[in-house]
Design a protein around this ligand. Structure first.
Ligand code: CAA
Length: 261
């Protein structure tokens, strides 16, 4: 139906829900799934009906239990390097998708699973979610940018503890350290993600997109360059109809009706 073997795609009311669907392997990421994620990311960018993306895993046990260990077991050094580069490029594409991406973490988010959740803009966790980077138990470090995105999200010390021990943490702890934005009951997870998506969609779309690019661009450069970029895009937004509408609506004491132009 969706044209994908390992992914499901559902679209409704501006929201695309992408479900990683390999429940027998707890949605572990093999090459076919990574390639499909690449393809679906391009499709979602091009689809004007899609305003916000939600990424989740099939079943009630796992979001994604990591990269597929069976697939990696006999890799050579070059295979490993190419595998990391392939997935890193796809995760970068997800991180830089010009639309908000919310991870709805419905169970284990381990290794590559935690890494893909961290490439999303926001993580909403179900109470049964478990997060971790267990790679050191397999004789490898994370290879899908976990050593880079984890310290950026939770700080150096906590990231190193998780990376060195391979410990799993529950949703409450993930929330406490800033890895999860919010924790909800399992049956509420998709609705909570959709509620957040709907709230974001009620705001000015270009302004939201610009916020995303300011944060993403800014975190990789010095403060001076980051604020300079912010000033440029702040200025550009005064060329949008939505700036006129947003400020006029405020002054007229009514709700804005944004056109995304
Ligand atoms: N790769 C391949 N298969 C996996 C998998 C993975 N990452 N995780 C789970 N599976 C498979 C299991 O082999 C099992 O398959 P069979 O039924 O055919 O035996 C099935 O999914 C169900 O898993 P379990 O029976 O193990 O379920 P459990 O409830 O006992 O344990 C779990 C759940 C704690 C998540 C456990 O499956 C587990 O530890 N999985 C591996 C987690 C992991 O190490 N992830 C990191 C991978 S490395 C990585 O991601 C590297 C990177 O950065 C790129």
């Amino acid at each position: 139906m969706s044209g994908y073997e390992n992914l499901l795609l559902e679209k409704e009311g501006g929201i695309a829900v992408v479900t990683i669907n390999r429940p027998k392997a707890l949605n572990a990421l093999n090459a076919a799934t990574i390639n499909e994620l690449d393809k679906i990311a391009s499709q979602l960018v091009a689809d004007d009906e899609v305003k916000v993306v939600i990424l989740t895993g099939a079943g009630d046990k796992a979001f994604v239990a990591g990269a597929d260990i069976t697939y990696m077991q006999s890799m050579t050094a070059m295979d490993g390097r190419n595998w990391a580069k392939l997935a890193q490029a796809v995760f970068n594409k997800i991180e830089n998708l010009p639309k908000p991406v919310i991870a709805a973490v419905n169970g284990y988010a381990l290794g590559g699973g935690n890494e893909i959740a961290m490439a999303c803009d926001i993580r909403i966790a179900s109470e049964n979610a478990k997060f971790g980077q267990p790679e050191v138990s397999l004789g490898i470090p994370p290879g899908f940018a976990g050593t880079q995105r984890l310290p950026r999200l939770v700080g150096k010390g906590r990231a190193k503890e998780l990376l060195f021990t391979g410990d799993m943490i529950d949703a409450a702890e993930a929330y406490r350290i800033g890895l999860a934005n919010k924790v909800v009951a399992p049956e509420e997870l998709i609705n909570a993600a959709k509620a957040m998506a709907n709230k974001i969609m009620s705001r000015a779309p270009i302004a939201v997109q610009v916020c995303k690019s300011c944060v993403n661009e800014g975190l990789d450069v010095d403060l001076e360059s980051g604020v300079a970029y912010e000033a440029e895009v702040f200025g550009l937004c005064f060329a949008t109809a939505d700036q006129k509408e947003g400020m006029t609506a405020f002054i007229e004491k009514r709700k804005p009706n944004f056109s995304g132009k």
